[in-house]
Design a binder for this molecule. Structure first.
Ligand code: NAD
Length: 358
């Protein structure tokens, strides 16, 4: 079991049965009602492992949410709050979020606002939620096509990360998670970037050490700047454009990681144009990423719409679009003002690159 010092909660990596979950349930939550939030896939593939191994969860209420980013919306949250009320769940009860980033984001938000805040535990089951979404305290939902517009910073009481859940994860969801791992390398550690790409290329098998290195990148940044006033902003590299792509293509189900991967290539292109990223490094990034993630096709009208969506990005201020840009691989700057003209040129540059969207 690996223990990582997080903000004010336990972060344990390793087999759930060897973790402190059982002890936590018996000590702090012995008399509490327990509610487990799952989606259709984590109900099928992950719930049994939890309920059969932990007697204290045998009586837990299970709330099943529909799969997918398009369901990360307030009306679902309201349904869950109503269900919690029906079950008589109170402030001293416990919610366990068992799932990918949609479940940990939405479940964290549900718990944090219910009766002004009720304790929750995150048990991430997708690669993306293990390396990124479940840690750091950002919770929330989308507002229509606008990503994560409603939410709060709120930490779980514990985060248990058991890599064995990944055994049932489909390949394209692995790929989605790898995108955030690539990001952790690009923003802070050139060797990590190379290692993640080499792992994706099959030079060595995915392993727990690589997972832990990625988690440590995020955790260290969050510890310095939990409320994203400064350095934490670099974790948004690739997300200014990525969130717009994810929102724009929500109906055709382009995954979060896929959208972020495309966003990273496009923001690296802007970094080369205006932030001193060398052409050689830019080409390394483009070739590494586009080898795995196909570019979506966009028309001139699509581009116009996406640029309008950029104006609603959460990081903007004073009517300026703010972006994270690389200086080199492993070194990222934030709060860089990027004009609509540059975004337009960037989208047009990528418009004609070949498509491979599944
Ligand atoms: N809060 C943050 O800091 C943060 C950071 C990054 C991403 N996010 C959010 O995370 C979300 C993306 O996360 P995601 O990719 O995990 O999405 P997701 O929760 O939709 O999971 C992806 C898919 O994998 C399935 N799945 C999950 N675990 C499985 C398992 N063990 N076996 C089989 N199938 C499994 C899910 O049912 C779903 O179909 C986005 O909404 C994004 O905005 C949040």
């Amino acid at each position: 079991m690996k223990y990582i010092e997080a903000q004010n909660y336990k972060l344990e990596i390793g087999s759930l049965v060897n973790s402190s979950l059982s002890e936590l349930l018996k000590s702090s939550y012995a008399k509490s009602k327990k509610v487990i939030i799952v989606d259709e896939n984590t109900k099928e593939y992950c719930l049994d492992a939890l309920i059969t191994n932990f007697d204290d969860l045998k009586e837990a209420e299970v709330i099943l949410l529909p799969v997918g980013e398009e369901n990360k919306q307030l009306f679902i949250v309201q349904n869950v709050w109503e269900a919690l009320t029906e079950y008589g769940v109170g402030r001293h009860d416990l919610i366990i979020n068992l799932g990918g980033g949609v479940i940990t984001d939405m479940g964290g938000f549900i718990a944090s606002c219910y009766k002004r805040g009720c304790d929750f535990i995150n048990i991430p089951t997708s690669l993306l939620s293990m390396v990124d979404a479940s840690l750091g305290g950002k919770t929330g939902v989308n507002l229509g096509y606008y990503k994560n517009q409603i939410g709060v910073f709120s930490n779980p009481v514990a985060l248990f990360l058991d890599p064995s859940f990944l055994e049932t994860l489909p390949d394209d969801e692995y790929l989605s998670g790898y995108a955030e791992m690539i990001k952790h390398g690009l923003i802070s550690d050139a060797q990590l970037f190379t290692d993640v790409i080499n792992c994706m290329n099959g030079e060595f098998e995915f392993n727990e050490e690589l997972l832990i290195r990625c988690i440590e990148v995020k955790n260290k940044i969050v510890l310095i700047d939990p409320n994203e006033k400064g350095i934490r902003k670099i974790l948004n590299f690739g997300h200014t454009i990525g969130h717009v792509i994810e929102g724009f293509y929500m109906e055709s189900s382009i995954s979060h990681g896929h959208a972020v991967a495309i966003g990273m290539v496009m923001e690296a292109y802007i970094s080369m144009k205006k932030n001193g990223l060398s052409e050689i490094e830019y080409m390394t990034i483009e070739n590494s990423i586009l080898g795995f993630y196909g570019l979506p096709k966009f028309s001139d009208e699509d581009i116009q719409e996406m640029i309008e969506m950029l104006q609603n990005d959460k990081k903007n201020s004073n009517n300026e679009i703010k972006c994270c840009l690389l200086k080199s691989i492993g070194d990222c700057t934030y709060d860089q003002v990027v004009s609509e003209k540059i975004f337009l040129e960037t989208f047009l540059h990528f418009k004609n690159k070949q498509i491979n969207l599944n």
